[in-house]
Write a new protein. Structure first.
Lengths: 193, 154
């Protein structure tokens, strides 16, 4: 019996086919990993309930206002974006226990024991309708940076590691030492008054 | 005479390209894995702001997007160059934001619903007025986890 030779399949076009597939995927997909600044909004105010202002002492509030000209005010004086971080850090930490900065209260935190922290502080960020988003974002970014720096410093001091390398419980302890309290106040319209 | 040049021609042997398809397939699979399908065609232009403290968003399935910016060129002729909100594949007004959130939430698995996130992809030249309005709408719709989309910066 003579063996019938099977002719080899011509596969030279497979490369072209896969190229077409490749190009299809290149065009229809995007590689953008979504990154950003995560925030949590307060729940909506109840209509039937009289909006109850939680009484906050004046020393516990840091007012950050941005007006329509993208000018910045911290507390009662004009400031520059570069100053926010230092001001916010000083405000949150209150290292010298000054009377005009947030008061400290004892709290029991796992791994850290009983500590005195400024857990009643609030940073209130207020913007105008005419403020540019980039300015607003920049300020938000600086405020978050202030918290992150404080947390990192604490982590290095207590655990000898940067914040991002802490274990789950350690990170939780550090987070509760410096709870992030940035309030996005109801919008104000300074311009049209 | 010459030793060279006689006999059959010494052509270059053909390059073996039989592994080329495999190579291309490898690249193809790489792209299929690391990229995601583009869900919407963008009708607004936006350049997100840059920040230093940004985090990566995890779990794409939990995220809904709201795009805010100026219309792209082909739309500008029709609807002008004012700032627009885009939800899914169409321009939307502020009042549709709540509905959009409810719809997106309906489409999610029951256990995922509390973890819903809204990513705000807002152009950096937008005025805060529209952003605040959207935020108020999101609050009303109880979509409280938001994310200001941004790029990294050193």
């Amino acid at each position: 019996m003579g063996k019938r030779s099977v002719p080899e399949l011509n596969s030279s076009s497979t490369a072209d086919i896969s190229f077409i597939l490749l190009i299809f995927f290149l065009t229809t997909t995007s590689m953008d990993t979504d990154k950003g600044l995560a925030r949590r909004l307060p729940p909506p105010p109840e209509d039937n309930m009289e909006q109850e202002d939680t009484k906050v002492k004046e020393r516990n509030v840091l007012q950050v206002r941005i007006n329509a000209m993208d000018e910045l005010m911290i507390g009662s004086d004009m400031a520059d974006v570069s100053e926010i971080r230092a001001r916010a850090k000083e405000f949150i930490d209150n290292p010298e226990n000054l009377p005009n900065l947030p008061d400290k209260s004892p709290r029991e935190i796992d791994l850290l024991g009983t500590v005195y922290i400024t857990d009643r502080h609030v940073i209130s960020l207020q913007s105008d309708r005419g403020t540019s988003y980039s300015k607003y974002f920049e300020v938000q970014n600086e405020l978050v940076a202030a918290y992150n720096e404080l947390r990192d410093e604490l982590a290095r001091r207590k655990f000898g590691k940067p914040y991002l390398q802490l274990s789950e419980e350690q990170a939780l302890a550090v987070r509760s030492y410096y709870p992030m309290k940035i309030s996005e106040a109801e919008p104000k319209n300074y311009g049209n008054k | 005479m010459s030793k060279f040049g006689k006999g059959e021609k010494r052509g270059m042997p053909a390059l073996n390209t039989s592994s080329l398809p495999d190579l291309i397939f490898t690249i193809l699979f790489f792209f299929m894995i690391v990229t995601t399908m583009r869900e919407v065609t963008l009708m607004v232009e936006f350049r997100v702001p840059k920040g230093t403290e940004i985090e990566k968003m995890t779990k794409k399935s939990l995220v809904s997007y709201i795009y805010v910016g100026k219309p792209t060129r082909e739309w500008r002729a029709r609807i002008g160059s004012g700032t627009q909100i885009q939800l899914n594949d169409k321009f939307a007004s502020l009042y549709e934001v709540q509905d959009y959130v409810y719809q997106e939430r309906e489409a999610m698995k029951e256990i995922d619903k509390p973890f819903m996130k809204v990513s705000l992809k807002v152009d950096k030249d937008t005025r805060m007025g529209i952003v605040t309005d959207i935020k108020q709408e999101l609050r009303k719709a109880y979509a409280l986890n938001i994310n200001y989309s941004a790029e990294g910066r050193n």
